[in-house]
Design a protein around this ligand. Structure first.
Ligand code: CA
Length: 243
């Protein structure tokens, strides 16, 4: 069970294609967002009014009001909720129309969940509603047989000293501070490398590989890849139930 802080932002997914809607909902919940959904433009307006989410993922092609019209109505009503358009249209005119209608960014279909997460986090960061993972508070943090001493800058696994580089140490400290919770690559980049959204996330994969060689040469493995999303430090699930 993922431990979710109460202050994770609430998002609304507006999408009339059930499979895309379900994919987005499950991905966003997995990374700790509270998620609602709507299948039409009018339902979206009603849901935004009712639940006051912090960001809306808004499909452009909807059965009633299109995404641009939904956004225009929100802005006319004085609602400045950030809008991330989901669009099958890739033309520049559509992009301008979308941003002119008061949207904050857009992703073109087909998109990867990871790309959507990166855009969401970038918007939330810009609008100040960003979800921040908690900072380490304790000098010594333990998870399973892993122990990290922040003051001494030392890591032990199963009682054995593990030598880490400063970046590996910082990455492990961040994973341990959020043990059991999936961290997106954007969160990791931002926290460990202080990069903005444009940073190259492949550096994370490289350092995760270094860290695995040192930390997960022991058993069981603790660093897990969550495909299309990011990484999670936790004990393995039962065989067959892994991700
Ligand atoms: Ca649609």
């Amino acid at each position: 069970m993922i431990d979710q802080p109460a202050d994770r932002p609430r998002l609304l997914v507006v999408e009339d294609e059930p499979s895309i809607c379900a994919l987005l909902e499950s991905t966003l919940r997995l990374t700790g967002y509270e998620v609602g959904s709507a299948g039409t433009g009018r339902a979206a307006l009603a849901e935004i009014e009712r639940s006051n989410p912090q960001l809306v993922l808004l499909d452009v092609m909807l059965p009633d009001l299109d995404g641009f019209e939904v956004t225009r109505r929100l802005r006319v009503a004085g609602n400045d909720i950030p809008v991330l358009f989901l669009t099958a249209r890739t033309g520049l005119d559509d992009r301008i129309a979308g941003l002119g209608a008061g949207g904050d960014d857009y992703v073109s279909k087909p998109f990867s969940p990871e790309e959507v997460l990166l855009r969401i986090e970038a918007i939330l960061r810009r609008t100040g509603a960003r979800a921040t993972a908690p900072e380490p508070e304790h000098t010594v943090r333990r998870y399973a047989d892993l122990e990290l001493d922040a003051d001494a800058h030392e890591v032990h696994r199963a009682g054995q000293y593990v030598r880490l580089s400063p970046t590996e140490f910082k990455l492990l400290a961040y994973l341990m501070a959020n043990a059991g919770r999936v961290l997106t690559k954007a969160q990791i980049l931002d926290h460990v490398w202080n990069y903005d959204f444009a940073g190259d996330s492949r550096i994370i994969d490289t350092y995760i590989r270094y860290l695995r060689k040192k930390i997960d040469s022991f058993h069981p493995p603790l660093i897990h890849t969550v495909r299309g999303v990011g990484y999670c430090l936790r004990l393995p699930r039962k065989a067959g139930g892994g991700q």
